[in-house]
Design a protein around this ligand. Structure first.
Ligand SMILES: Nc1ncnc2c1ncn2[C@@H]1O[C@H](COP(=O)(O)OP(=O)(O)O)[C@@H](O)[C@H]1O
Ligand SMILES: [Mg+2]
Length: 228
């Protein structure tokens, strides 16, 4: 495999938390890579460290030991400001609870990463409108999150995550609080986005049917990742 095919490379990743003097070892030495355009599902019991891993992959938290290379760059060797800029530009996040800003409209929520990234308002709006249409919500742009269904809110969150065309989508139980029909719709949307522009994605899910439709399934158990 050519080196350039590898988007993410994780080496010897360990993570522990210290709680009241006690060390809790959550990730015990993970080595894996993700190639461009690959769709990886991460499964594992509650408390197995899936969210911890997603936070580290997304550079929202630091490993205790080990390396995280993204397109060959050692993420945690970057200065904080560089890392923030890199994350904003190249990574998109979707969480179980969508974390949209309630006082802003759907369109404005999607515009935010573009505005933070320095786009002018008109450009950010145009970019956001493309995404809103792509997730099938062109008619809901003016609605606030509270005026949308759970599935619609998650579509907005996906649009927001993708407005800057990141290299990777990191999704932590994106359908965790949705019914099965709505969940299937969200996965169909992710498949469309993958087909359309080869989006690389890492998705934590409890739904084994949906996980099986990804390119690879990794199981987190006892602090290590194994092919499921
Ligand atoms: N900030 C933290 N401080 C202390 N312990 C934590 C912290 N975050 C997670 N943990 C612990 O790490 C383990 C894995 O948590 P998590 O990554 O959220 O698992 P999952 O997403 O698989 O349910 C749990 O035992 C949890 O209590
Ligand atoms: Mg979790």
């Amino acid at each position: 495999m050519a080196q350039s095919d590898v988007l993410v490379e994780i080496q010897g990743l360990e993570k522990e938390f210290r709680v009241n003097g006690t060390v809790v070892q959550v990730l015990r030495g993970l080595d894996f890579s993700i190639t461009r355009a690959e769709r990886v599902a991460v499964v594992g019991e509650s408390g197995s460290g899936k969210t911890t891993l997603m936070h580290i992959l997304g550079t929202l938290d630091k490993p205790s030991r080990g390396k995280c290379l993204f397109a060959g760059t050692d993420m945690f060797a970057l200065k904080a400001a560089q890392l923030d800029a890199f994350r904003n530009r190249h990574m998109g996040f979707v969480f179980q609870f969508h974390q949209l800003l309630g006082e802003f409209s759907a369109l404005e929520n999607i515009m935010l990463p573009a505005l933070i990234g320095g786009s002018r308002r008109a450009q950010a709006k145009a970019q956001a409108q493309v995404l809103l249409e792509q997730v099938g919500l062109a008619h809901r742009g003016a609605h606030k999150p509270g005026q949308l269904s759970g599935g619609e809110q998650q579509r907005v969150a996906i649009a927001r995550a993708l407005v800057l065309r990141p290299q990777i989508l990191i999704a932590d139980e994106p359908t965790g609080n949705l019914d099965s029909v709505t969940s299937a719709g969200i996965y169909a949307l992710l498949e469309d986005l993958h087909a359309e522009y080869g989006l690389t994605m890492v998705v934590v899910t409890h739904n084994m049917d949906l996980a099986a439709r990804m390119d690879r399934v990794l199981q987190l158990q006892d602090g290590v990742l194994t092919p499921a």
